[in-house]
Design a protein around this ligand. Structure first.
Ligand SMILES: [Zn+2]
Length: 199
């Protein structure tokens, strides 16, 4: 049972493969070059500051939102057709857009990546990936059909029994942890919200 979740133990064995954000080079206000330094206003972190108009550019974490869709006890996974981790299996998820709620973003990604029909359910996991400045949210989803119509980001959408989950072929640590949480809950007959930190 290599995928068993042991209490609140945080798994560090698979490095998440997401790119660090690149540094800001030019001012969003006036287009001139910026340089990184600590502002003179009591701030303690280095920021991209415009050399001409002195605008300070604050950078904050990005949200990744997705679902864990279930059909008759089986979980829907998508085989990625894009980098990073092309050919690996993932839960449907992606970057949250402006002007949508977290659940709306998760539902949108599930439609885009799997072409699935489903009902959204409660929050399952919140995973801070501080190293790359991301927070991932996964919601439970109840599939209302086992027919899928994957978009270009997905090679294949497939339902898996717990025993058949391709644990060594998962794209991201956050996906692995979220699946572990789901199956651990199911074994106990509970539905918790899990908050984890991914290193
Ligand atoms: Zn400027």
């Amino acid at each position: 049972m290599g995928h068993e979740l042991r209490g609140s133990q945080i798994y560090n064995y698979t490095r998440i493969c997401m790119h660090q954000r690149s540094l800001i080079k030019f001012c969003k206000e006036c287009g001139q070059a910026v340089s990184y330094r600590i502002p003179d206003d009591g701030d303690t972190k280095s920021r991209a500051i415009c050399s001409v108009c002195h605008t300070v550019h604050y950078e904050n974490p990005l949200m990744v939102v997705g679902t864990l869709p279930v059909w008759q006890g089986r979980v829907l996974l998508c085989k990625r057709n894009i980098e990073p981790r092309k050919g690996k299996w993932t839960l449907p998820a992606g970057f949250m857009e402006l002007n949508e709620t977290a659940a709306e973003g998760a539902a949108r990604e599930t439609v885009e990546e799997a072409g699935a029909q489903f009902e959204m359910q409660d929050l399952l996991s919140v995973l801070s990936v501080a190293r790359v400045g991301q927070v991932h949210l996964y919601f439970r989803a109840a599939l209302t059909s086992d027919q899928f119509n994957p978009g270009f980001e997905t090679q294949e959408a497939q339902l898996f029994d717990e025993k058949d989950i391709p644990w060594d072929e998962l794209a991201f640590t956050t996906v692995k942890l979220t699946l572990q949480c789901f199956f651990a809950d199911r074994a106990k007959g509970v539905q918790n919200v899990h908050h984890l930190n991914v290193s």
